[in-house]
Design a protein around this ligand. Structure first.
Ligand SMILES: O=C(O)CCC(=O)C(=O)O
Length: 261
C-alpha cells in the first residue's frame, strides 16, 4: 500500500502558531485516483452537501486511506503528538455553479472533544478562490473562544443558534462583515495538496462560482494525545461514546488509535 508524504519539516512550528498549514503534494497518485473514484461512487447517494460523512466506518477506500496511508503519522508529526485517533471523515463536493457557502465557523464547539483536534482537508481538484477555496484566520485557534454552534440553511447561511443558554459558549462575531480587521489567508491548491487545521480555527469557504471546475475535498478529523472526551460540549451526539468517561483520552473502539510512536 502506498504511503503518503510524511516529510513535515518546519510545519509543526508553523502549525502551532497559525493553526493551519498546507502540505504540498501530500497524496501519491495512487491515493488521489482511489479517493476520487470513491467520492464518485459515494455521490450516487445524492445526499445534501454536509451529509457525506463517516464513510470510513465501512470497508473500502476511505477506510483504507485513514488506516493504511500514513496520514495518522503525518498528523501526529504536524501536531507534535505521541498518537493519533480517528474521529470521522467527510467529503465536501462543490460542483460548478454550487451556491452553497460554508459560512465562517469553528468546528470543535460542535463536537464532544476538548484539547487538540486536527482536520486534514485534501484537495482532489485544483482549488482557488473561484471554485470554493477554504479561508482561515490564522492564530484564531488560540483565542480561547468557544463560539456557539448554529444551524445553517442549504446555502450555508446562518439560521439559528443552538445551546442558547449554555454559558460555555459566546456568540460568534460576523467575520464576513469584519474581515478587513483580520488577516485572512487562503491557498490555491493542486490536486493532492493537504490542509491541516485546528478544530478551533475560524474558517469558511465560498461557493463554486465557476461553470466547469469541480471542487472535491476530502476531510478527516483526528484526535491528538491531549484530546479528551467532553460530553458537555458539542451537539454531535454521534461523536459521543458511553464507554468513555468524561476527561478520558478520546480514543476507543469507536474512535481507534491509528498511529502511536
Ligand atoms: O469544504 C468545505 O466547504 C468546508 C470544510 C470545513 O469547513 C471543514 O472541513 O471543517
Amino acid at each position: 500500500m502506498d504511503i503518503i508524504k510524511t516529510e513535515t519539516g518546519h510545519l509543526a512550528e508553523e502549525y502551532k502558531r497559525e493553526g493551519v498549514v498546507v502540505v504540498r503534494g501530500a497524496l501519491t497518485p495512487f491515493w488521489l485516483d482511489q479517493l476520487r473514484a470513491a467520492v464518485e461512487q459515494e455521490l450516487k447517494r445524492g445526499e445534501r452537501y454536509f451529509a457525506y460523512r463517516n464513510m470510513r466506518t465501512n470497508p473500502g477506500i476511505f477506510q483504507d486511506f485513514c488506516l493504511k496511508s500514513g496520514v495518522g503519522r503525518l498528523v501526529a508529526d504536524i501536531g507534535g503528538s505521541d498518537w493519533t485517533s480517528l474521529i470521522f471523515d467527510q467529503m465536501f463536493v462543490k460542483e460548478p455553479g454550487t451556491k452553497t457557502q460554508t459560512g465562517w465557523h469553528t468546528d470543535q464547539p460542535y463536537w464532544p472533544v476538548a484539547g487538540p483536534i486536527i482536520t486534514t482537508w485534501i484537495a482532489l481538484d485544483a482549488v482557488d478562490a473561484n471554485n470554493g477555496a477554504l479561508e482561515f484566520i490564522p492564530g484564531s485557534h488560540a483565542w480561547g473562544q468557544k463560539y456557539r454552534p448554529f444551524t445553517t440553511d442549504q446555502l450555508g447561511g446562518f439560521v439559528d443558534y443552538v445551546k442558547k443558554d449554555d454559558p460555555q459558549y459566546v456568540d460568534m462575531p460576523d467575520f464576513e462583515a469584519e474581515r478587513d480587521q483580520h488577516r485572512v489567508v487562503q491557498w490555491d491548491l493542486e490536486p493532492g495538496d493537504l490542509l491541516a487545521f485546528d478544530g478551533f480555527i475560524v474558517h469558511s469557504a465560498m461557493g463554486n462560482r465557476t461553470s466547469i471546475r469541480r471542487r472535491r475535498g476530502y476531510a478527516v478529523r483526528f484526535g491528538l494525545d491531549q484530546a479528551r472526551y467532553d460530553p458537555d460540549q458539542g451537539v454531535a451526539e454521534w461523536l459521543e461514546d458511553d464507554l468513555l468517561s468524561p476527561g478520558a483520552p478520546y480514543v476507543s473502539q469507536k474512535f481507534p488509535q491509528i498511529f502511536a510512536r
